[in-house]
Design a protein around this ligand. Sequence first.
Ligand SMILES: N[C@@H](CCC(=O)N[C@@H](CS)C(=O)NCC(=O)O)C(=O)O
Length: 214
Amino acid sequence: MLKLYGFSKVNAFARTRTRDLRVLWALEEMQLPFELVGLDHPAQDLSTDAYRRLNPFAQVPSIDDDGLVLSESAAILIYLAKKSRRLIPGDLAGEAQVVRWCFAALTTVEAPLQGLMVHDWTADGGGGKSREFLVGWIHRVFGNLERWFADREYVATGDFTIADILMAHVLSAQVTDETLVSPYARLTAYRDRCLARPTWKTTFEAYCERVEVG
Ligand SMILES: N[C@@H](CCC(=O)N[C@@H](CS)C(=O)NCC(=O)O)C(=O)O
């Protein structure tokens, strides 16, 4: 049976934003059976030797699929999509587009958003110039995505894929200031279209019910 290692307890800021949600959402879309192993972050459950054998960075998420161990949310989603033959095209060209946009979500888009988040945690309201740089970087990325969505419903192909799970999650969980994204009507509509899927609502509600603040 596929085991997913996700949070059972995590701090209040991270709760509702954590990357195990990407895998939980994908599993809900794919209707794959799994067993959830809940980890308590404040109790140091991620820092054991046993867990580091699954995830060398001592982070969530990880999976163990009958001995096949994987970490990194994008790698896990690509594996699950190929295993279930869901949310990824079967042809090489279509698969390449999905992989391209999985990388884009977690590098080109997530990096400046995470940079700003970390800046705002640590700068105590100061750091004007570096904040200005990060905000400008985010607007450049969002402006380019807005152009990309001029004639597209989903990011990688004509259908909803795992790249949309990653992109929509990044555009919600990593955006702490909605005014950053609200000027981009097509981008916002795209994100909200993905998050309106019943599979996301089911996933998010179950997570909120289960995961404790600590
Ligand atoms: N690149 C990794 C990042 C994983 C990651 O940052 N996980 C966070 C939760 S969202 C974590 O486990 N943080 C706990 C820690 O670093 O102590 C992925 O996409 O899976």
